[in-house]
Ligand binder design. Sequence first.
Ligand code: SF4
Length: 390
Amino acid sequence: MIVNTCGFIDAAVDESLAAIGEALAENGKVVVTGCLGAKQDFIKNIHPAVLAVTGPHDTPAVMHAVHAFLGRPRPAPHDPFIDLIPDIGVKLTPKHYAYLKISEGCNHRCSFCIIPSMRGDLVSRPMAEVMSEAENLVRAGVKELLVISQDTSAYGMDVKYRTGFWQGRPAKTNFVNLCRSLAELNVWIRLHYVYPYPHVDEVVPLMAAGKILPYLDVPFQHASPRILRLMKRPASAEKVLSRIAGWRETCPDIAIRSTFIVGFPGESEAEFSHLLFFLQEAQLDRVGCFAYSPVEGAAANDLPDAVPEAVKQSRRERFMKLQAKISAEKLKAKVGQKLKVLIDAPGAGRSMADAPEIDGVVRFSGGRAGEFAEVLIDRADQHDLHGRRL
Ligand code: SF4
């Protein structure tokens, strides 16, 4: 069994360690990979029975560990003339959707995050390589591509947006161009981890034109200018609010997902209230919220005025209570609408506004995984929509 881990915040570390424990209890043969894999000794101290611990983004090491355990030599490279399975890489998602990683690493230095120290600066994959993987996935039956990286909208910045080639045409390595190229594949394209750089505005018309999904996952993290500065994040809340208004003007159906951290060191009650005000104004569709927890090696650990644990938890509850109300209202507004959904399992699918695993689902009766369906929504609960297939 392969366990992919995250070392982003303490809650994720705990979750990853628990997942390793569960996998060992269930299967006994476990290879650990992902971010937390960079801390080999830490994992082996807690779970000495794991077969191997590999670092982030190291598929060869994972495959090596698996083959070493099976006692088999490593397979020969893919040969299209003799291999029966397509060369689409290791894919752990259902057949109808897949994650498309476009770059690795990050040039930001957010003070609460240690990802750059584990994964290094931004390294963008060449356009041709990304597009050829995307085309292979679509040929293999994928209906939805989820574009991911640590900083999706920075794509190409490290290579100075150099010109690559795709389908014999010159293609600049940048975020907007990548979105335009992916749009030509005629499948659902969903954008995750989009830092709100100004050029993000240029992809919203593609969403309005139905070329890519009207969905933006933008981690805002906070709204108070001082806290954003302490977090070493550039955006200002007022600008963000007017950007959101602009996105909605261009594409009224856009669904915006974000994540926030409350209880960051020094966060005063007034700054937290500022965040609640922002949340009320922004009317985001889906929101995740973490209570700040120090991560070993993060610069924020040296900041003064830690917020007491009880205050952090109470702020998180207040934040989520407000957002639950906003999300519920947004879902209620969909009652009576006909939504196109991609079916994940009989009776459950996702609309354009729902990413797998993190957002809600649309429930109805029947259907087969991987099919599209039209569903008339007749009810909404706090997270999900319910309806009947047309
Ligand atoms: S943008 Fe900030 S939070 Fe995201 S990976 Fe980079 S440093 Fe970490």
